[in-house]
Design a binder for this molecule. Structure first.
Ligand code: UD1
Length: 338
C-alpha cells in the first residue's frame, strides 16, 4: 500500500511517515521545503531503516499537482499536512494562508475526484471549537467564529471536504481535529524545528531551558482555572502520528460510517501552563526562568478533548504522559543544540 504524505517533512508529517513505514506502508513524501529541511529525510531513514520516496513539489501550483497524480497512479491514500500554521503570521498575511491552506486542498481534492476510489485524511484543529461551552469537547460541539485566518482555513477546509465528499462519493475522508501536539520521536532523530522565536508553549520552554531564550512569559494567571493559567490538551506527537495510521486503516478497511467523518485527537486530559512548566522542571531537573505576563489576545481559557469517539471508532488511544512528552521534547532540544 502506498500513501502520499503532503508536508511529510514537517513536524507532524514526519512522525506520521515513521509510523506508516513501521506499519509496512510505502510512503511518497511531497513537500515544498518552505518550512522544513531535507535533513528530516535522514532522521526518518535513521529510525525506520528505509528512505521514503521524496518529491519537492509546491502544491500551490495546480499543474504540478495534476502532474503528481498523473505520475503516481498507485496511491492508496493521501494524508494532507501541507499547510501554514502560525496564527500571528496568518493575521499579518491572510492571503498567503488562504493560498497555502485552501488552494492546495482544492487542487488535491480535484485530482482525487477524478479517481475511481480515494482515501483522504485532513489535518484540522481544535481551534475550530473556539472557547467551547462544555468541557471536555465532543465532536458535536458547535464550530465557533474563527479568531484568525489560520483558524478560518481549518474551518473552510473542513467545509470544502464535506461539500466535496457529498457529491464525490468515491472519496472517503476523515478530518482529525488535533489538540496541542508536543514532543518528539523518542530517538531524537526527528522533532519540531520552529523557525525564529517559537510561538507555541513547549518549544519556547525547551529553548528557555537550553538558554536560547532568557525567560518564558506565562500569558495570564488570572483565568478562571485551578491555578489561573490556561488549560490545553497536550498530546505526544507520536500518539498523534499513530492516530493517522488508525484513521487510514479505517478508510482502507471501509469501516467508516459515512464517507466523511471527523474525530478529536487529544489525550482527554487538560494541563495548565504551570503544570507544563512543572513537568519540564521534573523531567529536565532544571528550574525554568519565567514571569507572569499579560493575557495573549485570542487565547481561549480551556480546551481539552472528549476522545471517546476516536478511542472507539479508530481503536486508538493516546498512551504517553505529559512527562514523557516533555522529556522527549527536552531530549530533542538538547540534540539540536549540539
Ligand atoms: C496555537 C494556536 C492554535 C493552533 C495551535 C497549533 C493561538 C491562539 N492558537 O494553540 O490555533 O492550532 O497553536 O499548534 O495561537 N503560552 C504562554 N507563553 C508562551 C506561549 C504560550 O503562556 O510563550 C500559553 C498560551 O497562552 C496557551 C498555552 O500556552 O495558554 C498554549 O499555547 P500554544 O502552544 O501557543 O498553543 P495554543 O494557543 O493552544
Amino acid at each position: 500500500m502506498k500513501i502520499l504524505v503532503t508536508g511529510g517533512l514537517g513536524f507532524i508529517g514526519s512522525h506520521t511517515v515513521v509510523e506508516l513505514q513501521q506499519r509496512g506502508f510505502e510512503v511518497l513524501i511531497v513537500d515544498n521545503l518552505s518550512n522544513s529541511s531535507l535533513k528530516v529525510l535522514e532522521g526518518i531513514t535513521e529510525i525506520t531503516g528505509k528512505a521514503p520516496e521524496f518529491e519537492k513539489t509546491d502544491l500551490r501550483d495546480k499543474s504540478a499537482v495534476s502532474a503528481l497524480f498523473k505520475k503516481h497512479k498507485d496511491l492508496d491514500g493521501v494524508i494532507h499536512f501541507a499547510a501554514s500554521k502560525a496564527v500571528g503570521e496568518s493575521v499579518a498575511n491572510p492571503l498567503l494562508y488562504y493560498e497555502n491552506n485552501i488552494n492546495t486542498l482544492v487542487y488535491v481534492l480535484q485530482e482525487l475526484s477524478k479517481l475511481e476510489q480515494a482515501n483522504f485524511i485532513f489535518s484540522s484543529s481544535c481551534t475550530v471549537y473556539g472557547q467551547a461551552d462544555e468541557l471536555p469537547i465532543t465532536e458535536n460541539a458547535p464550530v465557533k467564529a474563527a479568531e484568525s485566518p489560520y483558524g478560518n482555513t481549518k474551518q473552510i477546509g473542513e467545509e470544502i471536504i464535506r461539500d466535496t465528499t457529498r457529491v464525490n462519493e468515491q472519496i472517503a475522508a476523515i478530518s482529525l481535529r488535533y489538540f496541542n501536539p508536543i514532543g518528539a520521536h523518542p530517538s531524537a532523530a526527528i522533532g519540531e524545528l520552529p523557525i525564529g522565536v517559537p510561538q507555541n508553549l513547549v518549544p519556547f520552554i525547551t529553548q528557555t531551558g537550553a538558554g536560547i531564550r532568557e525567560k518564558l512569559s506565562v500569558f495570564g494567571n488570572d483565568y478562571p482555572t485551578r491555578d489561573g493559567t490556561c488549560i490545553r490538551d497536550y498530546i505526544h506527537v507520536v500518539d498523534l502520528a499513530k492516530a493517522h495510521v488508525s484513521a487510514l486503516e479505517r478508510l482502507l478497511k471501509k469501516k467508516s460510517d459515512s464517507n466523511y467523518e471527523v474525530f478529536n485527537i487529544g489525550t482527554g486530559t487538560g494541563s495548565t501552563v504551570m503544570e507544563v512548566i512543572e513537568s519540564f522542571e521534573r523531567v529536565s531537573g532544571n528550574k525554568l526562568n519565567y514571569q507572569i505576563a499579560d493575557r495573549r489576545p485570542g487565547d481561549v481559557i480551556a480546551a481539552f478533548a472528549d476522545t471517546s469517539l476516536a478511542n472507539k471508532q479508530l481503536n486508538w488511544k493516546a498512551e504517553s504522559t505529559l512527562d514523557e512528552a516533555m522529556a522527549s521534547a527536552w531530549l530533542w532540544e538538547q540534540k539540536i543544540r549540539n
